[in-house]
Design a protein around this ligand. Sequence first.
Ligand code: X6L
Ligand code: MG
Ligand code: MG
Length: 155
Amino acid sequence: MAIAYLGLGSNIGDREESLRQALKKISEVPGITVTKISSRYETKPYGKTDQPDFINMAVELETNLTPLDLLEVVLGIERELGRVRKETWGPRSIDIDVLLYEDLELDLTDLKVPHPEMHLRSFVIDPMSEIAPKREHPTLKMTIEEIKNKLDNEQ
Ligand code: X6L
Ligand code: MG
Ligand code: MG
């Protein structure tokens, strides 16, 4: 079984309900067991800043799905929950990103693991640090806790 981490975010519609539905759907997928769930964090939008605040969270999974199968699953759930892709970095009812998968480093067109900028984004690292502080980022060779301390010092 592989351990993987997902980052979830929502900033339009009933954000709490979208996250709840996403979690329920993830937990119902054969081959996935949700093992840890972070708190929810209300966060200011990064990148494209003229959009509503997000709620972000992170979850830990045990899975026998491959990274690409896991990606297909989360994209399917985004679609089921009514995500419409209009503009890059625009508002979304639900976003589910594959953050880490074991200590794998993958650089495919559709899937980059670790998520390329996760270590720069407190909306990813804060919830991750609750559920996986000792987990090492396979490229940076820093723990999530160390990455959080660095980010907190830079803010
Ligand atoms: C320069 C240019 C610096 C772009 C940063 C950062 C772009 C983050 C995209 C960036 C840049 C992103 C969320 C969000 C987005 C989210 C919060 C993205 C994709 N997703 N803000 N902004 N939570 N708080 O889930 O992450 S758009
Ligand atoms: Mg994202
Ligand atoms: Mg995404």
